[in-house]
Design a protein around this ligand. Sequence first.
Ligand code: GDP
Length: 309
Amino acid sequence: EKIFSGFSKTRDNLAVVDELLLYWNLADTDRVLDELEEALLVSDFGPKITIKIVESLRDDILAGKLKSGSEIKAALKKSVLDLLTKKGSKTELKLGFRKPAVVMVVGVNGGGKTTSLGKLANRLKNEGAKVLLAAGDTFRAAASDQLEIWAERTGCEIVVAEGEKAKASTVLSQAVRRGKEQGYDIVLCDTSGRLHTNYSLMEELIACKKAVGKVVSGAPNASLTLCLEILQVLDGTTGLNMLPQAREFNDVVGITGLILTKLDGSARGGCVVSVVDELGIPVKFVGVGEGVEDLQPFDAEAFVNAIFP
Ligand code: GDP
């Protein structure tokens, strides 16, 4: 499991707790829980989740429900797993019955949008889908070139902007129209990601969503969420900063799922739990490298086992 190669720091932090649990007895409770609190905080779980986990363990220990170190460890793992899955653990894409399904990726620059889209194209194509790429990041010229490389690598067709001043929403609606006419199963749309504090970026994303919804439904006022997955790409190494980022994008465009990238690097992982808990949005995929195969469906259990083996 590649996800296991990341999170080494989090694993090390939690290993200290693991060792204490090996020799645990009731008198050690405060010391162990203090150590656990520290380990969760430095692993980016954030204060809210950390307190929730630690205090519920303390209650169960004091109530006599957890009687050994191994029971405490199992309860700890279960509470993280529950936080990750209680708001729905469905990680499959919701592609609907209408063709083409549309998947749009959003997020700040450098997070891994274009790369993730390329990897997703490869994945869906291998599953037998006819995939069309749409280069909707019209601000960063290199983004289009980068997506063209992915198109070549994965053998997918691509729609790019015609002319310098083409609007992203125009490119995306052209792509979806072509997808509709030519019997594509899925249109994968890239978008710009200048700073998320930039108001006009949010305007643009709303325009993209509307333009796509209009073509998909054929009616200007039909549900925009029809067959539309909006996946936010979050850089796993940014720690708790990803929470306000995710909140802002979600408030504006309505995120249906998350792609967490760079988990092969120095990600500490805890923030995943915070984002899922706070926003109630499932993680659908994780990025574990730069190669074409390095996008995996998110497996909450594998995640928990990776940070706390
Ligand atoms: P965008 O600006 O959001 O489109 O981000 P890019 O797709 O251009 O990615 C930014 C950088 O992160 C590139 O160098 C990618 O190769 C790298 N990258 C993306 N995903 C991953 C990942 O899962 N693991 C690693 N190690 N690098 C990644």
